[in-house]
Ligand binder design. Structure first.
Ligand code: G3H
Length: 531
């Protein structure tokens, strides 16, 4: 692959050859694909002409391959009899450890692809990788703890019970482009460790970065436990859902895709949902807020990874008393942010991975301008390559599209308010309910707001921007923002169900139970545990 590389790309990050991903993982085999492929481009240019960079190709699979992946996952679950769902906890842990150890060796390759495929800065790409590895180790520890807690019998009303958490069955796992590694693995890893089998389709952008990990998936788990498919959702995920054999839909993305996929499932009552969806998290800036701190938090809250985070601050409510000060200082700070390629020192704003995204953001800006808002920063709205410099819009009103739509990109709407009740009332009326950020210090103003907001969203961040982490904390949302809860602890519960063996307390049954324990014939009825 010949490209005229610009001298600004450090040697270690140059694309010297394309990755032609010509296998897919099915039933424990990395099967060669000789059919149609799709090209994967980066919106970052490696030539002086500014054109997108070809990174490689991926298989373009269709319904027959989707059905084979489904069959492999179903066989691996084996109607509850499969090796994986019946495996001893210690053995499942070994498989997961084998996987994560191999994964760690691929850090540089994955980080480089994170930068090229989705434009994430070098620092943030490294963080995404390291955070994911840590998440896997924490999940293993949490799983051992869960096992320790269930390695016992209880007795009530003359009935002995041995209660554990068991797998749900087959999981269809779909991750998002903004965290193609972390968010996807935050679904897949707990789903697997609990004994489920999975079909996993990488995100549209951030797909080649799975290539360095395919061998680790293949060699760490029994055949059919993880199956990795490529292609378009409607051609691959839809038939899998239509089969009615999926027990859990695990998706981080938007509610439209989640609803469309659920609609394909013929038996909705059998389908468990673990969803992380869109949000429109507001910051509420009260008159006594510490301005330096608030501006810092609002900059990272609105513009980390160009605002392409479900947890990003997507609308700022600023009290009229401080609006002038806040707007002026905030707008200057936005204009001082550095735009560049992900590996550049000090860069915060980077090319957007989705073609057409700058045009969409421009539409939101034009709509707001037509309805009375102004761009209050000098660089706001300037287009360059696949980027649009963040526009700070003020004053934004509820009839504007940027108030209603989740922009998921670099545009910042600011709404003035004078009645402290107003922002909370808007959160109550919104379709979303993930998090809010509250800036201020007078406890008599903060307390009633906190007490209301905790009933409307699932995390109130005091004097700090919204975020998912630390991953041990519950990550969820109300209304169109989520279904189920994710965290190291909660995800193990989201991907499992309580299931138990019960027997009446009498000599006959007790002798059998003791025999089961002594013989170690059952992996379920066992009071052994790993320290
Ligand atoms: O896109 C949504 C992510 O879960 C956000 O995670 O707050 O750690 O960036 P983060």
């Amino acid at each position: 692959m010949k490209t005229k590389t610009t001298p600004t790309i450090p040697e270690e990050f140059k694309i010297t050859e394309t990755i032609n991903q010509d296998t897919w993982l099915v039933n424990g085999v990395l099967e060669k694909w000789e059919g149609k492929t799709s090209e994967v481009y980066s919106s970052i240019s490696s030539t002086e002409d500014g054109k997108p960079t070809l990174l490689g190709t991926i298989p373009y699979l269709g319904e027959p391959e989707a059905n084979r992946a489904l069959l492999a996952a179903a066989d691996a679950f084996g109607k509850g009899k499969g090796l994986w769902p019946t495996m001893k906890v210690a053995d499942r842990v070994l498989c997961m450890e084998r996987f994560v150890k191999q994964m760690e060796k691929q850090r540089d390759a994955v980080v480089k692809l994170l930068m090229w495929e989705i434009g994430k800065t070098l620092n943030d790409s490294r963080k995404e990788f390291d955070r994911t590895v840590e998440y896997i180790y924490d999940t293993i520890e949490e799983y051992k703890q869960l096992d320790r807690d269930s390695a016992k019998f209880t007795k009530h009303d003359g009935i002995h019970a041995h209660i554990r958490r068991g797998p749900l069955g087959i999981v269809l796992c779909l991750g998002p482009y903004n965290y193609p590694l972390n968010e996807t693995f935050a679904l897949l890893i707990p789903a697997l460790i609990m004994g489920n089998t999975a079909i996993f389709k990488p995100a549209k952008h951030g797909v080649l970065l799975m290539t360095p990990l395919l061998e680790a998936f293949r060699s760490s788990f029994p055949k059919g436990v993880v199956n990795i498919v490529y292609g378009r959702g409607r051609e691959v995920a839809a038939p899998i859902m239509q089969s009615g054999r999926i027990d859990v839909l695990a998706l981080i993305g938007n509610s439209r895709s989640a609803v469309a996929l659920q609609d394909h499932h013929p038996y909705k009552n059998r389908l468990r949902l673990v969803l992380g969806l869109e949000a429109k998290n507001p910051a509420v800036i009260l008159p006594d807020a510490d301005m330096d701190l608030t501006i810092n938090e609002c900059i990272s809250g609105t513009l980390s990874f160009n605002g392409q985070r479900c947890t990003a601050l997507k609308v700022l409510y600023v009290h009229e008393e401080v609006a002038d000060t806040f707007n002026k200082r905030f707008a200057e700070r936005v204009d001082a942010l550095k735009f560049g390629n992900p590996w550049e020192e000090g860069v915060m704003l980077t090319p957007l991975p989705e073609p057409g995204k700058p045009e969409y953001i421009k539409e939101l800006i034009d709509d707001a301008l037509a309805k009375g808002a102004k761009i209050i920063n000098k660089k706001g709205g300037k287009m360059m390559g696949n980027y649009i410099y963040p526009a700070v819009l003020y004053p934004v009103t509820k009839d504007m599209r940027v108030y209603e739509e989740e922009q998921f990109g670099p545009v910042i709407p600011i709404m003035p308010f004078d009645d402290i009740e107003q922002p909370a009332a808007d959160v109550a009326d919104s379709s979303y309910g993930q998090q809010v950020s509250l800036f201020g210090e007078n406890v008599h103003n903060l307390a009633p707001l906190i007490d209301t907001l905790v009933n409307l969203v699932c995390r109130v961040n005091l004097n700090s921007s919204c975020q998912r982490g630390p991953d041990v904390y519950p990550f969820t949302g109300r209304k169109d923002s989520a279904a189920g809860t994710l965290s190291v602890h909660d995800a193990l519960r989201s991907f499992s169900i309580r299931t138990f063996v019960a027997s009446k307390d009498n000599d006959y049954n007790n002798r059998i139970l003791n025999d089961l324990l002594d013989s170690k014939a059952s992996n379920f009825i066992s009071t052994d545990y790993i320290l």
